[in-house]
Design a protein around this ligand. Sequence first.
Ligand SMILES: [Zn+2]
Length: 81
Amino acid sequence: MVVCRDTLYGASDDRKEQAQPCGWSFTVLDDKDEADKQQKAHADATEHRFFLEISRCPTVVTPPPGSVLAGRLARRERASR
Ligand SMILES: [Zn+2]
């Protein structure tokens, strides 16, 4: 996800008090190139330059074998069968 952090008046503008956040954002599932392309297109169209890139990476954490949590998960798995 790419979010524009610029304001409608631009970052270098003196009227910061009344600056409205741009609010533009682009979300894509797994195509970083497309996100870059859309970000560049927005920057070209608006001269906005400040963006926030947010990426989420799915992670599976498994407890080390023999740990208390591993034992607990194993018992729960047996119980659900
Ligand atoms: Zn913008």
